[in-house]
Design a protein around this ligand. Structure first.
Ligand SMILES: [Zn+2]
Length: 456
């Protein structure tokens, strides 16, 4: 089964929208935005183009599409299984319990389901943390889904979920060598809509020796690196960022995911090397065992983080929920409910406008694609979304950023473009009609293989 992405529409002119540009020079204003040949060609007042299709932006906000810097897309058909799971329950049920039974076709449908719900909620770029590299065919299936859905994807090649326990927490195995084939034969073009990064385990999930070899391999292949660090008490003991700093490996090509129990000093090391961070605010709030979101501690260290969903088995795959949960945790800390890593009472805080920048331009920076997306800057590829401020749940939208963060949901996302291609319009997603049935069939097959009772 394959799904063909919609084709590029040549010229679109959105008139009279509130533009949240994420470009410091342009700022925010009511105006027009012209898209031609897949790129933003102009942003300003009273733009005209005789050949463009005109879209009325009155009562709407136009933003760069949301950028999710860390999602395990392969779990898209296992959505919402355990919102009250602990970290250990998630590991044993999903990564260890189900991951070993995935066929390439299950990865394909999981990725497609994750991509489509992302697009529906205004996520135009996803960094797919793919620790389902059970075979080369599994990785190929994951990548194929990104091409088909039309989303911008950074495919982050990871490790297998077969023998999952042997691949994490002290693993002596080096990164799967198939990443060389993918780099050389599948994703060699770094300017394409789907690009390649390396999802490495680092010193926290492997050994210092393995970590060094894996990093060397990624850099030899000229790939950016993502790494899960600061995971619960284990992360506090390991201090992965410090280990990387002390061995001279910490650098600006790295994105550190979670950092919940990384020390303040480690976060300052991260900042000093120009590395980036991804806060999975909703997941970290929902799932006991990781620690608390490090957003304020990152800001104190001088890092403006990106945001991420992580696993849809536990939290919703939209960035509205991630932004709200991230804010909710800050407000809990301000109210005195700080966790062990948030002792400091006077950390810098963030507001709704900051959250929108974390979810857009900071995501582009973390994924190394801010030259082409993340803001409404003319010349960038046209990855943008239009949100209906005149819907009942958002009106009268006195403060646009606050309205979107406090009340926004996927139903408010009226229009979605990736590289100028319309993937959602008038509130309706294009394509994906068969995905629900395919996702259910994949889930049922996986549950049967794992001898789990089928959902009723
Ligand atoms: Zn993760």
């Amino acid at each position: 089964m394959s799904h063909n992405p919609p084709q590029n529409e040549q010229r679109i002119l959105i008139k009279g929208a509130y533009l949240v540009t994420q470009d410091a020079e342009l700022g925010n204003f009511v105006g027009d935005i012209l898209v031609t040949d897949g790129r933003i060609s102009a942003v300003g007042q009273d733009l005209a183009d005789d050949r463009a299709r005109i879209v009325d932006g009155t009562g709407k906000a136009v933003l760069p599409g949301f950028i999710d810097t860390h999602r395990h897309n392969w779990q898209g058909a296992l959505r919402n299984l355990g919102p009250a799971w602990t970290y250990q329950e998630y590991r044993s049920q999903v990564q260890i319990g189900l991951g070993q039974y995935f066929d390439p076709e299950d990865v394909h449908i999981g990725n497609l389901a994750a991509d489509l719900m992302s697009l529906d909620s205004g996520v135009t770029t996803v960094r797919d943390e793919s620790h389902i590299s059970n075979s080369p065919e599994h990785s190929d299936a994951a990548i194929a889904a990104h091409w088909e859905s039309g989303i911008r994807a950074v495919f982050d090649h990871g490790w297998p979920s077969t023998e999952a326990e042997q691949w994490q927490f002290g693993s002596a195995r080096t990164h799967p060598v198939d990443i060389r084939r993918i780099r050389n034969e599948v994703l060699s073009d770094d300017s394409a809509r789907v690009t390649l990064n390396a999802m490495l385990r680092g010193p926290e999930l492997s050994t210092p020796e393995v970590s060094g070899k894996d990093i060397q391999l990624a850099r030899e292949l000229d790939l950016r690196i993502s790494m899960h660090v600061g995971l619960g008490e284990w992360g506090a003991e390991q201090q992965a960022i410090r280990q990387l700093e002390e061995t001279g490996l910490l650098a600006s090509d790295m994105t550190f995911i979670h950092c919940c129990t990384s020390t303040d000093e480690e976060l300052r090391m991260l900042a000093a090397r120009g590395a980036t961070a991804s806060v999975a605010g909703a997941l970290e709030v929902f799932m006991p065992g990781l620690g608390q979101p490090a957003t304020n501690r990152l800001l104190a260290a001088g890092v403006r983080p990106s945001l991420s969903v992580d696993t849809e088995t536990i939290v919703s795959g939209d960035m509205f929920g991630v932004m709200r949960a991230t804010l909710a945790y800050q407000q809990l800390v301000l109210a005195g409910a700080a966790g062990p890593m948030d002792r400091v009472p006077d950390l810098p805080t963030f507001d709704a406008a900051d959250l929108l920048s974390f979810a857009t331009i900071e995501g582009a920076r973390a994924a190394g694609i801010d030259d082409r997306t993340g803001s409404l800057t003319p010349g960038k590829e046209a990855d943008l979304i239009m949100i209906c401020l005149d819907h009942a749940n958002l009106l009268p939208a006195t403060d646009v950023a606050a309205s979107i963060v406090a009340g926004g949901h996927a139903g408010n996302v009226d229009l979605v473009l990736v590289a100028g291609v319309v993937l959602k319009e008038d509130g309706a997603l294009k394509g994906g009609d068969t995905v629900f049935a395919e996702a259910a069939a994949s889930r049922d097959r996986l549950f049967r293989a794992a001898s789990l009772p089928l959902p009723t």
